[in-house]
Unconditional design. Structure first.
Lengths: 401, 169
C-alpha cells in the first residue's frame, strides 16, 4: 500500500531522474504545477455538472440530461461553447484593466493551491508560513474583483464589486480568526505541521480521530470557517455580489466568452482551495478517519479528495436549500455574530490548551463541559440578540432619497 | 545580483514610477499595490517570510482596497489637470535626495550591514508571540490604542444620522 500512497511522489522522482542535471530544478517546478492546473480544473468541470444535476434533483427537475450518459458530458459542451463565443469588450471599458481582472483572479486562486498538502509528502511548496501565504494570496481576489467591476464602466458591475468587496472584507476577519485557532493549538503556521498534529485517535480502540473538528473549539471554528468560506467565494446564500435577479451578474456582467469562463473557473477554484484549507485545518488533512486496517489501503490523497468532495457537496446542498441573504442581514451576521464568536473561540482554545495538564479523575469531562459552556452561552446570547429588536419601519435612504 | 532579485527590484521600481506618473488615479492605486507586491517579494528574498506575507495581507488586501474606495467615493477617477508637477517639485526632490542619502549612509555604517550573510532563523509563531508580548508589548499596545481610537472616530463621523427619522435596520 506504501507504493500506491506515494505513487505520485515516486513518479515525480522517477521523471526527475530522467532529466539532465541542470534542468532538474525547472523540471521539478513544472512537475509540481502541472498536476494542480490539470486536476482542479477537471474537478471544476465535473462539479458544474454534478451541481446542476443535484440542484435539479433538489428542485424536482431533471437537470442536464442530453449530452453524454445522463448528461455527464455537459461540461465539454459548455466548454466548447464558451471558447467559441465572441469576446465583447465595452467601448468605454478600461481595456487593460478589463483584460487583467480575470487573469489576476485566476492566478491568485491557483497560487493558493501551492501550500496545501494533498497527501503524504504531497505539497507543491513547503514554507514555514504556509497559512499566511494562503491568506496573502487571497488578497489578490479582492483587487481582481474591484478591477473587473470598475473597468467595465457599468453601474451594475460597480455595484456588484462594491458588494463583493464589502462582503469579502467583513468575512475575512472571522475566516482568519477561525484559522488562527488551529495556529494557536499547534503553534505553527505550516499546514504540514497542522496535519501531523491531527494524526491518530482517542477513545476505545482510538475510534474517534484526533481531528480538530472533534474538539469544542474545533467544531465551532470549523463551522465558522465554512460559513466565512462560503461568503469569501461568493457562494449561495452569500451570492449577493452576483445576484442575478438584482444586479444581473454583478462584477462580471460585461464579460463574455472565455473571460466569463475564466471568472467562473476562478470562482470554483477558490471554493475548492478554501475547502481544502478547511480539510487541512479541521478535518485531519489526508489522515484516514478510522484506525481500521482497510483504511490504510486507501491512499492518503484519495482521503483528501473525498473529504474535499464532501465539503463541496455540502456547499451545493446549501445552495439548493437556503435563500439569498439581504445585505443588512449579511453585515449584521458577520459583525454581530461571526466576529464575537470567533473571538470567544480564541479564548476557548487557550483554555483548552492550558487545561491539558489536568490529570485528576474526571478532568477530561470537566474540561469538555467548561469549553462547551464557554461557547454555548455566548452562542445563545448572540443568537437571541441577533433575532430580537427587529423594528420593521418604512425604509429610509440616506444617499438616494 | 541574481535573477529573482532583479525581477523583484525592477517590478518595485517600475510600478512605483507608474504609480506617481499615471493620469488615472485608480491606475495609480493599482500600480501602488503592485509596488507593495514587489516589496513583499524583496522581503521574502531576504528570508523574512512573516514580514513579507503580512505586507501582502495588509497592504494589498486592505490598504490598496481602502485607497481605491476612497478615490471612487470622493471624486471621479479621471484627472484632466494639465501639469503633473506642482511648484514645490524641486524642493521636494532635494529633500527626498537628502533623506535617501542619509538612509544609505546610516545603513552602510550600521552594524546590521556588517553581519550580513547570517541565515534566517526558522519562523516560529511562539517566538513572534514572545517578542510581541514581551519586549515589544508597549509599542504594540500603543498602536492598538491608536487604531481603536481612529476606528471609533471614523464610526462617529460616519454615523451622523438626521434626527427623528427611524429607518429600517
Amino acid at each position: 500500500m506504501q507504493q500506491l500512497d506515494q505513487i505520485f511522489v515516486t513518479l515525480k522522482a522517477w521523471v526527475l531522474g530522467q532529466v539532465p542535471e541542470p534542468l532538474q530544478v525547472p523540471a521539478s517546478i513544472v512537475l509540481s504545477i502541472v498536476p494542480i492546473t490539470l486536476v482542479f480544473p477537471a474537478m471544476f468541470a465535473l462539479t458544474t455538472v454534478a451541481e446542476r444535476k443535484l440542484l435539479g434533483r433538489i428542485q424536482n427537475r431533471l437537470g442536464p440530461n442530453r449530452v453524454g450518459p445522463f448528461g455527464f458530458l455537459q461540461w465539454a459542451a459548455d466548454g466548447l461553447k464558451t471558447i467559441t463565443k465572441e469576446d465583447i469588450v465595452p467601448r468605454n471599458a478600461d481595456k487593460v484593466v478589463h483584460f487583467l481582472a480575470p487573469v489576476v483572479l485566476l492566478v491568485s486562486a491557483l497560487l493558493a493551491y501551492s501550500v496545501i498538502p494533498f497527501g503524504r509528502n504531497m505539497s507543491a511548496i513547503e514554507i514555514d508560513a504556509g497559512i499566511l501565504f494562503f491568506f496573502a494570496v487571497g488578497a489578490g481576489t479582492e483587487l481582481a474583483v474591484f478591477m473587473a467591476g470598475w473597468s467595465s464602466r457599468n453601474k451594475y458591475a460597480l455595484l456588484g464589486a462594491m458588494r463583493a468587496i464589502a462582503q469579502m472584507i467583513s468575512y475575512e476577519l472571522p475566516l482568519l480568526l477561525a484559522a488562527l485557532t488551529v495556529v494557536m493549538a499547534t503553534g505553527s503556521l505550516n499546514p504540514n505541521d497542522m496535519v501531523a498534529a491531527q494524526e491518530g485517535g482517542r477513545g476505545w480502540g482510538a475510534i474517534v480521530p484526533n481531528w480538530f473538528v472533534f474538539t469544542p473549539w474545533g467544531f465551532v471554528g470549523c463551522v465558522l470557517f465554512l460559513i466565512a468560506a462560503a461568503a469569501e467565494s461568493n457562494r449561495s446564500p452569500f451570492d449577493l455580489p452576483e445576484a442575478e435577479s438584482e444586479i444581473i451578474a454583478g462584477y462580471f456582467v460585461e464579460y463574455s466568452g472565455m473571460k466569463f469562463a475564466t471568472f467562473f473557473l476562478a470562482e470554483y477554484l477558490g471554493l475548492f482551495v478554501i475547502s481544502s484549507m478547511c480539510v487541512v485545518l479541521f478535518l485531519g488533512g489526508w489522515h484516514a478517519p478510522f484506525p481500521f486496517f482497510w483504511c490504510d489501503w486507501i491512499p492518503s490523497w484519495a482521503w483528501f479528495i473525498s473529504k474535499l468532495a464532501c465539503i463541496v457537496l455540502l456547499y451545493i446542498w446549501m445552495r439548493g436549500t437556503l435563500p439569498r441573504l439581504r445585505i443588512d442581514q449579511l453585515m449584521n451576521f458577520a459583525w454581530k455574530f461571526m466576529l464575537p464568536m470567533a473571538l470567544i473561540n480564541l479564548v476557548v482554545v487557550a483554555v483548552w490548551k492550558y487545561t491539558r495538564p489536568w490529570d485528576y479523575f474526571g478532568a477530561e469531562l470537566v474540561r469538555w463541559l467548561l469549553c462547551v459552556g464557554l461557547l454555548a452561552l455566548p452562542y445563545l446570547l448572540l443568537g437571541r440578540n441577533l433575532l430580537r429588536n427587529r423594528k420593521w419601519g418604512p425604509r429610509t435612504y440616506r444617499y438616494a432619497s | 545580483m541574481d535573477a529573482p532579485f532583479l525581477i523583484a527590484a525592477a517590478l518595485t521600481l517600475l510600478s512605483a514610477i507608474a504609480a506617481i506618473s499615471l493620469r488615472n488615479l485608480v491606475h495609480c492605486a493599482l500600480c501602488l499595490s503592485l509596488t507593495f507586491l514587489g516589496l513583499a517579494a524583496l522581503y521574502l528574498q531576504l528570508g523574512a517570510q512573516f514580514v513579507g506575507l503580512t505586507q501582502i495581507v495588509v497592504n494589498v488586501g486592505a490598504v490598496a482596497i481602502v485607497i481605491v474606495f476612497a478615490i471612487l467615493l470622493t471624486r471621479s477617477a479621471d484627472q484632466p489637470d494639465a501639469s503633473r508637477f506642482n511648484k514645490g517639485a524641486i524642493w521636494v526632490g532635494l529633500i527626498c535626495a537628502a533623506v535617501f542619502a542619509t538612509l544609505v549612509v546610516s545603513i552602510n555604517t550600521s552594524y546590521v550591514s556588517m553581519k550580513s550573510g547570517a541565515p534566517a532563523p526558522p519562523l516560529t509563531v511562539e517566538k513572534i508571540g514572545h517578542e510581541l508580548m514581551g519586549r515589544y508589548v508597549l509599542p504594540l499596545e500603543a498602536v492598538a490604542l491608536l487604531l481603536t481610537a481612529a476606528l471609533i472616530g471614523a464610526v462617529i463621523i460616519a454615523m451622523k444620522e438626521p434626527n427623528g427619522k427611524g429607518g429600517a435596520q
